[in-house]
Design a protein around this ligand. Structure first.
Ligand SMILES: [Fe+2]
Length: 291
């Protein structure tokens, strides 16, 4: 086991509004610069991350999310340096969201209208090779709204089992498929779509994450509430009240924090769902995705 967060001298453990304690761990873990001249510069941050890669990755898996706050990260170039400090392999975004390439590994986050709620999802959940990490950087914090809430995915599974044991069992046993097509699909790197015949699992367990069952599916659709984008693999519908309540559970379990300029948020994409609340302009949040 790597040292706890308090033992790496480049960082001080902080707190943020909206932070929760889940299973004894703060989520997100907030890391701030330790006091001393130059400690908050982007260069110092990149050096500290590069020197503590394994430790940082372990913190990310343990806490599911890490927020770097209080560092002077100014733009896409500095954000890219942070992303590249780890040596994690890049994974190119494929899917429906409109995005613009900014610099090297950095893209705009979803450019869909700011007035829309982008519903909670695991990034690229319908794609065979999804990212392990989603890294977000706030260049311009929104004046109002525009939060990027995220949810410990296993908590959703836990609550769903508690409230709908029979439905969860049925969905788990039969598997799911995309509703609109009557079959499942996968986005390809060239922008095409491949159809899949086999059913998709409701939940997934990933190595190193306490055997937690992640709610890795699209039962609650991208538009949320009672519009599910999944159905059972045998063609039967997921009851509307189950989908609706699932949407509420996701909201109840979510972690809400306010973006501050220069924030860098690391999400374990295997363990968290994330979304975007409607926002007043301007809002500039950039993203990089890694294996
Ligand atoms: Fe996303």
């Amino acid at each position: 086991m790597a040292a706890p967060a308090s033992e790496v001298s480049a960082f001080e453990v902080g707190a943020c509004k909206g932070q929760k304690v889940v299973d004894g761990e703060a989520i997100p873990l907030v890391l701030r610069p330790s006091s001393g001249p130059g400690k908050s510069s982007a260069e110092a941050l990149v050096a500290a991350l590069a020197a503590n890669r394994a430790w940082f990755e372990e913190q990310l898996v343990r806490h599911s999310a890490v927020l770097l706050r209080g560092f002077d990260v100014a733009d896409a170039v500095e954000f890219n340096d942070i992303v590249e400090a780890f040596g994690w392999e890049d994974i190119r975004y494929v899917g429906p969201a409109p995005r613009t390439h900014i610099h090297k590994r950095v893209w705009t986050a979803n450019e869909g209208p700011l007035s829309e709620f982008i519903y909670y999802h695991h990034e690229m959940v319908l794609i065979k090779e999804f990212p392990g990490k989603v890294i977000l950087f706030c260049e311009v914090p929104p004046p109002e709204g525009g939060e990027t809430p995220f949810v410990p995915s296993f908590k959703v599974t836990e609550k769903m089992i508690e409230e709908f044991p029979e439905h969860v069992k049925e969905m788990e046993e039969k598997g799911l498929r995309a509703k609109a097509l009557g079959m499942d699909m996968e986005w390809l790197a060239d922008g095409g779509v491949k159809t899949i015949l086999g059913p998709r699992p409701l939940t997934r367990v990933f190595p190193g994450r306490k055997e937690r069952r992640m709610w890795f599916n699209t039962v609650v659709g991208m538009h949320g509430k009672d519009i599910s984008s999944a159905e059972l693999a045998d063609g039967s519908e997921i009851p509307a009240h189950v989908v609706r309540r699932c949407g509420e559970i996701i909201e109840e379990e979510s972690i809400q924090f306010k973006w501050e300029k220069g924030d860098v948020l690391f999400l374990d994409n295997l363990a968290t769902l994330h979304g975007r609340r409607p926002s007043l302009p301007p809002r500039k949040v950039l993203v990089a995705t890694c294996k």
